[in-house]
Design a protein around this ligand. Structure first.
Ligand SMILES: NC(=O)c1ccc[n+]([C@@H]2O[C@H](COP(=O)([O-])OP(=O)(O)OC[C@H]3O[C@@H](n4cnc5c(N)ncnc54)[C@H](OP(=O)(O)O)[C@@H]3O)[C@@H](O)[C@H]2O)c1
Length: 256
């Protein structure tokens, strides 16, 4: 039995992953953006060990999420699942003056990776949209370009793969992988999304807990329980380091 922490587990794929892990007999700690959403998910998943609370668009609340998780002791796996919209019409500045998509999808998983006590496995939710995205590391936070919500989302999901692969390279003792769940009809995916909802949450669960040798790898990218090619840009170690440095400069936290 493993102990797993899942960000963004009040809805969608994070909630489904939590329910599947509990069905399989694993221990799960949930995460919700505020007390009201924590109350909602506690009713849906009463078997969870605990629910940590914090809005990942805020650096101070993200730090608090990491502190709450560390107080609960070491985890076998952390699933960086929380994410926001792939077609945000506006930059939508956070309290820290960052685009919300970047803050939640890129900076929060970076901060939580750096601050949470190292688990045995790390899983990062990317998207098929990361393929072909340009990194634009000189304008990560969209201060020089005209806002494009789909592009901002695609970039953020490429960042998630860079982060997974950078961690795999820097922390050989941790299995660190990324995946795309398919385009499915969650709140984010929208009602018309065509991929298989029943398969969408299974890869993150499998990477977090399975003893299947195919899941016991690191620095790989997956789709529906199979290895899949990530965009080649994600393998560029210089770009990985540049992303880590940029995140460190923004939040003041170094990846150990
Ligand atoms: N659905 C798809 O088609 C698809 C495709 C490719 C990749 N993905 C990726 O899969 C992951 C899960 O997506 P999903 O489809 O399950 O989305 P979802 O149904 O919208 O759920 C997202 C989860 O993240 C939480 N969240 C969002 N912003 C947050 C914030 N600022 N602070 C704390 N929690 C926050 C949400 O909380 P609330 O419930 O309070 O909103 C919710 O629990 C994302 O990383 C997404 O990029 C999804």
């Amino acid at each position: 039995m493993a102990r797993v922490f899942i960000t963004g587990s009040s809805d969608g794929l994070g909630l489904m992953a939590a329910q599947l892990l509990i069905e399989q007999g694993h221990g799960v700690v949930l995460h919700a953006r505020n007390e009201a959403r924590a109350g909602d998910v506690n009713k849906l998943v009463p078997q969870a060990e605990a629910t940590v609370v914090g809005d990942l668009s805020s650096m101070s609340q993200t730090r608090s999420v990491a502190e709450q998780v560390n107080r609960l002791g070491r985890f076998d796996a952390v699933i960086h699942n929380a994410g926001v919209g792939y077609r945000e019409p506006r930059r939508d500045d956070t309290e820290d003056g960052l685009p919300r998509v970047f803050a939640v999808n890129t900076l929060a998983p970076y901060m939580l990776t750096a601050l949470i006590e190292k688990p045995h496995r790390l899983v990062y939710l990317s998207s098929g949209m990361h393929h072909g995205a340009h990194l634009n590391l000189s304008d990560l936070t969209w201060t020089k370009r005209r806002w494009n919500g789909a592009q901002a989302y695609a970039e953020s999901k490429l960042h998630d793969v860079l982060l997974a692969f950078a961690v795999a390279r820097r922390w050989p003792e941790v299995l660190s992988n990324a995946l795309e769940p398919g385009w499915v009809p969650t709140k984010m995916g929208g009602a018309g999304a065509p991929d298989d909802m029943d398969k969408a949450h299974r890869t993150q669960v499998w990477l977090a807990v399975s003893e299947d040798p195919a899941a016991l790898v690191t620095g790989e990218y997956f789709y529906h329980l199979r290895r899949h090619a990530a965009d080649p840009a994600a393998r560029d170690e210089k770009q990985q380091e540049a992303l880590l440095n940029a995140c460190q400069a923004l939040c003041g936290i170094a990846l150990p």
